[in-house]
Write a new protein. Structure first.
Length: 166
């Protein structure tokens, strides 16, 4: 593996070529770019769906729709949250009447959508594809596919290797 990075970049070259001392311009730092992309995604979500449902709440509703009556720990894994954050959000969704929680053995809870939660989700779903098309519209179709593949690889490298065609 090389200890230097290439010079070419739309945002300008790095300040140093020595990887140990590399200082990227802020607009090229991965963390900054990921944070900006997250801001765009959340903003696009709220422009599309309003503010009654957050993107994380949508992920939980969607997961419960796709996997009804899963336990809270499994739900946390599916939506990539810690169990206590998932429990807090589930309690909020339960108070809105969108999910039902039922105690299971060993202090676990089974979660499922209520009819009201199903209506909220069904109201959102017709706008989801258009929302993502808008979000990804600065990219060409091939770039969109590559961007999503790379994001998947970044957030779940093990799963990405399982689904990569050979």
């Amino acid at each position: 593996m090389s200890d230097s990075l290439p010079d070419a970049s739309p945002a300008g070259p790095p300040v140093s070529h020595d990887r140990a001392q590399l200082v990227l311009p802020l607009k090229r730092e991965p963390g900054h770019l990921i944070r900006r992309a997250h801001q765009l995604a959340v903003s696009t979500f709220h422009e599309t769906h309003g503010r009654d449902v957050t993107p994380v709440q949508y992920a939980i509703l969607r997961t419960l729709h796709d996997s009804p009556e899963i336990d809270q720990s499994t739900l946390a894994q599916h939506v990539a949250l810690d169990t206590s954050t998932t429990a807090d959000i589930a309690a909020r969704l339960e108070s809105k009447g969108w999910i039902a929680r039922q105690m299971l053995p060993r202090r676990q809870r089974s979660l499922s959508l209520t009819a009201a939660g199903e209506r909220v989700l069904q109201d959102m779903l017709p706008r989801v594809n258009a929302m993502y098309e808008h979000l990804l519209s600065p990219l060409q179709p091939q770039e969109q596919a590559e961007f999503l593949r790379l994001l998947g690889k970044l957030v779940d490298p093990v799963q990405a290797t399982k689904t990569t065609p050979t």
